[in-house]
Design a protein around this ligand. Structure first.
Ligand code: IPD
Ligand code: CA
Length: 266
């Protein structure tokens, strides 16, 4: 395998190209193109075509790797490493012509994340990093924030599609946080929100019932930027799960505890 840094640079180019496709296509996007995957979970030809292009390019880059992709156009057959791809994270924002949305690509082996790349075409920002090599946005090294008091924290609490099993947790979190922290946001792209934790723009983020394609790339960046990522039990073995907490580290135990006071029905 080429060096992780060299591979990361090639993945950034692929993510940028896909992101520019999203942005260009948005200008001519029609609501008629929207399809419903599940209640409140949408998709269009844009997600699928973005995925087709990314998968084709990644296959050339590393033919021996398998795939885990949101739109399911390529598969994993127990290869030793695997690309984890969200061709359009923030689809609901996208179909409503809102920002942010992004492309998210991770490379992992069976035990750990190796590469993470998230490209935001709305701000033309590329977040990237590789295992042991740090995390960056367009050449600038990322560091998580140093906020250590909840009252100064800018947090993200997204409400996942799985409302039956998360509504009570979500309501509890909003009730507990509203008026007690600096502010709570729901940006609509898990991948970018987690990148913002890596960049120190948010202090913490949590959400259950999300896809591995939503968090894998950005989770590596948080760890490389000095933050902490766990599942809802506090375990660092979160890679194959769907319930994730990512913070600057200092606020981790507090946010984890809050998320478990009225636990999601995992
Ligand atoms: C969604 C976004 C959203 C999060 C959802 C995800 P998608 O991904 O990341 O922020 O709240 O749980 O499914 O469907 O836009 O790729
Ligand atoms: Ca998606």
């Amino acid at each position: 395998m080429e060096s992780l840094q060299t591979l990361t640079e090639a993945v950034c180019a692929i993510a940028r190209e896909a992101g520019l496709f999203l942005k260009t296509e948005r200008k001519k996007f029609s609501q008629e193109a929207v399809e419903r995957k599940h209640a409140h979970d949408y998709v269009s030809y844009v997600d699928r075509e973005s995925e087709r292009r990314i998968v084709a390019a990644l296959k050339t880059l590393l033919p021996q790797a398998g795939f885990l992709t949101e739109e399911g156009s390529a598969a994993y057959h127990n290869e030793s490493c695997c690309w984890v791809v969200d061709p359009l994270d923030g689809t609901t924002n996208y179909i409503h012509d809102n920002a942010p949305y992004c492309v998210s690509i991770a490379l992992r082996d069976k035990r750990s994340l190796l590469i993470g790349v998230v490209y935001d075409p709305c701000r033309d920002e590329c977040f990237y990093g590789w295992k042991g090599g740090g995390a960056y946005v367009d050449g600038q090294k990322l560091h998580v924030s140093s906020t250590d008091t909840p009252e100064d924290a800018l947090l993200v609490v997204e409400l996942p599609y799985n409302s039956d099993r998360y509504a009570a947790t979500g309501e509890h979190l909003i009730r507990e946080l509203y008026g007690k922290v600096a502010a709570v946001r729901m940006p609509g792209s898990a991948a970018l929100a987690i990148c913002y934790v890596a960049a120190g723009r948010f202090d913490g983020w949590l959400e259950a019932f999300i896809g591995q394609w939503d968090f894998s790339a950005a989770a590596l960046l948080v760890e490389e930027a000095g933050g902490r990522v766990t599942d809802f039990t506090g375990s660092g073995h979160y890679l194959n799960g769907h319930h994730i907490v990512a913070t600057n580290g200092r606020l981790h135990d507090w946010l984890l505890r809050l998320g478990n006071e009225v636990p999601p029905q995992l």
